[in-house]
Ligand binder design. Sequence first.
Ligand SMILES: O=c1[nH]c(=O)c2[nH]c(=O)[nH]c2[nH]1
Length: 293
Amino acid sequence: MAAYLAQHQHGKLRVRLGRTWREGNTHYFSEWNVSTTLVSDMAHAFKTSSNADMTATDTQKNTVYFVAKQCSQRCSPEEYGVALARHFVKTYPKVSKTMVSIEATPWTRVSVAGQAHSHGFTVGGTELRTVYAAVDEAGKVEVVSGFKGLKVLKTTQSGYEDFLKDKYTILKDTKERIVATSITASWRYSGSVAYDAAYETTKSALSDAFFGPAQTGVYSPSVQYTLFQMAKEALKRTPQLDSIFLNMPNIHFIPCNPVTSKFEDDVYVATSEPSGNIEATITRAQVQPHAKL
Ligand SMILES: O=c1[nH]c(=O)c2[nH]c(=O)[nH]c2[nH]1
């Protein structure tokens, strides 16, 4: 029987790495969970018993640490990801492309008595910063930055009305509800950028547009509308941003009607499933609809 090897790749998933940089008395720390994927001329390994010239996934794991050691200056996960991907393409003639994915734990410097600590960190948020970096044999570099799992909630300034009603619809219009989500975002830059600063600016833009001003907030008529406003704010504040993908599950807090009292926007049934799932890609320039990063 004929069988064709249409596509193949091999890599190492979830190599965990900690990296300290000491700059005088001030230390910096990153924790990265790194995955590598090599596209290489290895069809023979699938079709015959030969492993000749194969970069073992164990070697890939070791290289994650080797390249981290080589990054002697403090660097962003994007810069590290590109350096790691480039290493494989440059070192192994049979490797034509390398893709690196990184999830960074949000270790954040602590303050003690109002003073930034020189070497103390705590996990500062729910989100993981994400990087996808790819380098091919022609030297083409692709970087996608983002985060996943940024949990946000508003107790008011959210509603949902005038949606289609038919015999399957139970949900009532409301001008008052809790809106909660766990944001996943990814974006591409045009041209070079200071990755760490651009990441913070973009994340703040998304968060600020979700919440609105501190005292008054901003009304959300739907997760869809809010998602678009958030993306617009990110494009506005980060000029190098080309396009942004946002996924925002609608995590429902359902009004609770205990038998003893009535619901007064106070007691809810907290849920995790099912959730709504709302996502879109928003671009600075007009492109084909439905483009997804
Ligand atoms: O903001 C919302 N968007 C929806 O698409 C939707 N669907 C739903 O049941 N509730 C909501 N809320």
